[in-house]
Structures are given as C-alpha cells and as structure tokens.
Design a protein around this ligand. Structure first.
Ligand SMILES: C[S@@+](CC[C@H](N)C(=O)[O-])C[C@H]1O[C@@H](n2cnc3c(N)ncnc32)[C@H](O)[C@@H]1O
Length: 413
C-alpha cells in the first residue's frame, strides 16, 4: 500500500470532511442551514482548487513562520491538508513575495478557508435558487465553486485583488466545469458594479470598516456576510440591506480571517517574544493585577467589547506548553506600547499576576478597565453590538437585546 492509498481517495476524504463538518460543535446551531450545501461540499473536489505548493506552519515554531509544502514532496500530507475539516490551507504568503528567511514566509496572504467556517458562512448567507451572489476574495475559487454548484455558475461573480491568484482560480473553476463563474481581478472593496444589484454578497477576508459600495450593490432585503474584525477580536457579521440604503446587523459567530489587503492591521511594533528585554528597562512600569488573563482573551463577548474600547490593541498568548493554561499574555499596539502579563498558576481568581508595561499607553490598564466595564455591563455577548452601515460610515453600538434573531434564515428568497 502506498502512502497515498493509506490517506484514502479524494471522494472518501471528501465524505469524511463533510461528516466532520456536520458533526462539528461550532456548526451545530447552523446544521439545518448547512445541509442544503451538503451536495456541493460532496461534489466539489477541494484539492483541485489548491496550488501544488501550499504553506504550512514551521514545525519547530521558529522563523520563518511558514514553509512551503510541495505536492510531490509529500502527496499524502498535501491531500490530507486539502480535506481537513477545521483548518484553512495557506496558498500564498507575503503577497506572493515570501519575506521570511530562506524560502519561508511570514504572513499568509491567501488561503482556502477551513471547510467548517466556509460551511457556516454559506449557511449564514441564506442563498436561494435564482439568487445572484458577489464573492469578495476569490482565493482558490473553492467557495465560488460551492456557490456555483448550488446556484448555477452564471449566478456567481467573484473578485480577487491578486492577478496570479485570480488566474489560478479561473482555471480551476473552468477545469471543474464551472467556467461560467465570472472571476474579476480587482479591488473587491469597491464591489463590482457591472453585476449589481446582488441578492447576496459574501466576503472571505476580514474587514473592519464595511465599504458602503457593498451596501449600494446589494438589493434591499439582500444580505451581506462578512468576517468583521478589529485588532482584538473577529466575528462573522450578517447585515441586511434596508429600503433606505443602509444596512444593519450583528455578529453571529466567531471568525478569524486574513485581512482585506487595504484594511490589513498594522502589526504591533514590539515583537512579542518570551524574552524580558523588550524596550528600555528604565521605562518599564511594574504592577500587579487580580484579573486572570483568560478573562480578557477567552469570552468572545469580552474580546469584542475590549476591541471597541481599546483601539489598536493586539494580543498574543503563549502557553508554556501547548494547551497549558499557564503562560504569558502580550499586549502590543502599533505605536510602540506593550504590556506583558505572566501567570504561573491556572487558577482564575486566587492569584495576583505581575504586569510589565511600557510605551506611550498603559495597555494592560486599558484592557483591564475595558474588561471590568464588560463584566459590570452583565457580560454582553458579541451579538449585542449592532452594526449599521450608511453612506456616512459605520456605527457600532451596544444594544439591550439583539433586535433580530442573529443568523435566522430569512424567507425573502
Ligand atoms: C481567505 S482567502 C479567500 C478564500 C477563498 N474564498 C477560497 O475559497 O479559497 C482571502 C482572499 O482575499 C483576497 N483579497 C484581499 N484583499 C482583497 C481585496 N481588496 N479585493 C479582492 N480580494 C482581496 C486575498 O488575495 C485572498 O486571496
């Protein structure tokens, strides 16, 4: 038996992938809305949308962060990656110009998103026969293929900013018999007016400010599904377009996507390392806190609230061992502020934790205050934030109760 035989045929792998998607905890509340996508998920050969070279995390956790995996080098691993239900596959790093040492890369800039989040996004899209859909962020073309399988290739337009990636997707779609999908090379933040109005618009890259062009190009009653994010949290935002040309909606699930190119976050200037010697020790302030780091990094609602109140703050958590609830929390911002909290006990309430802070802001103080505000407000979930997009811009406000059942399918098809 060859290594590939042991992995299984693509058809078998696809069946297992779909079973795993439908059995997943995160998918549970979306299951009924995912089921109509099952035939497409079973039919579309995901591996045929991947390039021969994909990028995997460097095993030893060292620099470069990502290294290439060529299909011919390990066909079994490559195929397994193609059908892993919960993981995305990085298909490009550093905008196609790897900047890591050697042939390594530092930041994925295109990927085939993980099948689980793909399925949840399609469920949230609530697309029906006859709908016309614009996808922003074609990537491999796999998601466009799923849309085309369900709705018909002519109903689907997809826009990709990177010409090399767009060309690859066009060919993969055509090879799959779905060449009637319109793949446009361009800036998806502008939408694609020639195909408007769309019934549904789905974005597969993270966005902080929803461009009004997307609202303008979606018909009243239409839906926009977009992985919204700020530097602290991310959530799948479902907006409904109103007759007055505004759109509003809420976060319906947690999400974590690479950024739309022009909205890419500026990475924190202080490189988070385990070393103590960051910044000028003379200017490092020490304090203690009783707030356990898990309070500011685990509940999704807390992270969304902190993101709203502490602009520009990013966090990274480094456990001593994988899955170890003991480690170091770094907070950084792009303007040179950082904070480092170390905890050597997993107990949430008993300890005082040492904090070091430096730079123009006191990031731990800000994050702690935001978290205490969130706790005092009754720990509102992420779906309590109402997003409204108008020609003037985007508003995000905390409301008492979600005004619409978040993510409930509409009957407007
Ligand atoms: C997570 S990948 C998309 C996954 C894709 N839907 C799939 O099925 O493979 C995000 C993609 O968005 C693209 N992108 C980033 N900014 C963009 C923009 N302004 N307009 C269009 N595409 C953009 C990236 O080049 C990348 O290919």
């Amino acid at each position: 038996m060859t290594g590939l035989d042991a992995v299984g045929s693509p058809v078998e792998l696809r069946r297992r992938m779909v079973d795993a998607v439908l059995a997943d905890e995160f998918v549970a509340e979306w299951r009924a809305a995912v089921l109509p996508w099952r035939p497409a998920l079973l039919a579309v050969s995901r591996h045929e949308f991947l390039p021969g070279t994909v990028w995997v995390e460097n095993d030893d956790g060292a620099s470069p962060a990502f290294v290439p995996l060529h299909r011919e080098q390990d066909p079994g691993r490559w195929l397994r990656l193609a059908y892993a239900a919960d993981d995305g596959v990085a298909t490009q790093v550093d905008d196609g110009r790897p900047t890591g040492p050697g042939v390594g890369g530092s930041l994925p800039s295109s990927s085939a998103s993980g099948p689980i989040i793909v399925a949840v996004m399609l469920a949230a899209l609530d697309a029906h026969d006859g709908h016309r859909v614009l996808e922003v962020g074609t990537g491999t073309g796999y998601n466009a293929a799923l849309l085309a399988h369900r709705l018909g290739a002519r109903q689907v337009t997809s826009i990709e900013v990177d010409p090399v990636i767009a060309t690859h997707a066009r060919k993969a779609l055509s090879d799959a018999g779905l060449g009637a999908v319109t793949v446009v090379t361009g800036d998806g933040a502008l939408g694609y007016p020639p195909g408007a109005p769309y019934d549904r618009l789905i974005v597969t890259a993270a966005c902080n400010q929803v461009p009004y062009a997307w609202v303008e190009q979606t018909r009243p009653g239409g839906r926009i599904v977009v992985p919204w994010a700020d530097t602290y949290a991310g959530g799948l935002l479902v907006l409904t377009v109103a007759e007055d040309g505004t759109a509003s909606g809420r976060i319906v699930a947690e999400s974590n996507f690479m950024w739309l190119r022009e909205q890419r976050e500026t990475r924190g200037a202080v490189k988070p390392t385990m070393s103590n010697g960051v910044g000028d020790p003379e200017r490092v302030e020490e304090r203690v806190t009783t707030l356990h780091p898990s309070h500011v990094t685990r509940p999704h609602g807390a992270r969304v609230a902190i993101g709203q109140r502490v602009p520009g703050c990013q966090w990274r958590y480094y456990p001593w061992e994988p899955d170890d609830p003991v480690g170091v929390l770094w907070l950084v911002d792009p303007w040179g502020s950082w904070a480092k909290l170390t905890h050597t006990s997993p107990d949430a309430d008993e300890d005082e934790f040492p904090v070091l802070q430096s730079g123009p802001r006191r990031l731990w103080d800000e994050v702690e205050a935001a978290c205490r505000w969130w706790l005092e407000a009754g720990s509102p979930g992420a779906d309590r934030w109402l997003f409204t997009v108008t020609p003037e811009g985007q508003r995000v406000e905390l409301t008492d109760v979600p005004s619409v059942a978040a993510g409930a399918p509409t009957r407007d098809g």
